[in-house]
Design a binder for this molecule. Sequence first.
Ligand code: SF4
Ligand code: SF4
Length: 153
Amino acid sequence: MEQKDQSQIRHKFWESISLREMNQNEWEALCDRCGQCCLHKLEDEETGEVYTTRVVCRLFDNHKCCCRNYAQRAQLVPACKPLSCEATDVFFYLPETCAYRILSEGRLLAWWHPLISGNQSTVHEAGISIKDKAISENLVNMDHLEDFVDESF
Ligand code: SF4
Ligand code: SF4
């Protein structure tokens, strides 16, 4: 019998299998590359509420809307924790538009997700991504991150 290549991206995998059942290629394809998870967040210790700022990680390329060194991100930025289906408790920290959070909550991917539209640019056209909108942490005083809380993100 022919062995199935486990690295293959299965047709409409996001509709038929769980996050845990995805192989590495499917897991990576699920990311819409919006960049929102690269923004610094502040958490109110009393209420647990999370506030998003428009300040982004120093490795983020604002114009290309991607990490400058995705392969070595964990070594270069220790605070950057690669997502995994083993740690779904951190998903609440992700934006409501994030595909991992959407699927973990039983919702459907929107029209602008590249897997649905077949086009990476729709995540920018729909205003979901942070392309050209954020400010690098290299350019701000990180002791005053609260000044950069931005509800539009
Ligand atoms: S918020 Fe989610 S979909 Fe957007 S870049 Fe981060 S992991 Fe990918
Ligand atoms: S290291 Fe890369 S992936 Fe991680 S937060 Fe920074 S820009 Fe984003």
